[in-house]
Design a protein around this ligand. Structure first.
Ligand code: ZN
Length: 177
């Protein structure tokens, strides 16, 4: 196993690994479900102070999952209906990004959402500035977590930051009719 770190690790410092997780973009489990899986599969029991017993926190995770699902369901379709959905979807994305700021384990999902946000925002003139903001943050994240040998993504982001008009989705949803 190879681990990459976002910060320096002190000698002897414990490194924790997540056995399950509602922080994974691919499997949005609720904290309750996560607790059950930890118990059943790994014999790990949460104590009563665990966040998974915190109702407000669980509600947030639930809302976050709903936002994530709504954003992932959105497909860019070159129709007026598709165009109308763009501001709405970008608003959901902003709400999700706000949640993620509070949850500092959200690096991978934040990267994914910034990438998706960029691809949506770049399609219209009035959100190009937002698209640049997303791709710039995605670049800052990815250059810290991707192995240098696999930095095609980093180069791609740099390119999009400098010349957004070269991206294949650039202004593709701008009204032309
Ligand atoms: Zn727990």
């Amino acid at each position: 196993m190879i681990l990459f770190s976002l910060r320096d690790i002190k000698k002897g410092e414990e490194i924790c690994n997540c056995y399950t997780g509602f922080d994974y973009p691919s499997r949005f489990e609720t904290p309750e479900k996560s607790r059950e899986v930890l118990q059943r599969q790994w014999g790990i029991f949460c104590d009563q102070n665990c966040l998974c017993y915190d109702k407000a926190y669980c509600d947030k995770i639930k809302r976050r999952s709903e936002l994530n699902a709504a954003i992932m369901r959105f497909k860019l379709t070159p129709s007026s209906a598709g165009r109308k959905k763009i501001p709405e979807t970008l608003a959901l994305l902003e709400e999700l990004l706000e949640f993620q700021k509070e949850m500092n384990f959200e690096v991978i999902n934040r990267w994914l959402m910034l990438d998706v946000g960029f691809q949506i925002a770049i399609t219209k003139q009035d959100s190009v500035e937002l698209a640049i903001r997303y791709i710039t943050e995605a670049y800052e994240l990815v250059r810290r977590i991707v192995h240098p040998e696999h930095n095609e993504q980093v180069k791609k982001y740099q390119m999009c930051m400098r010349n957004p008009q070269t991206h294949r989705y650039y202004l593709t949803m701008e009204k032309r009719d």
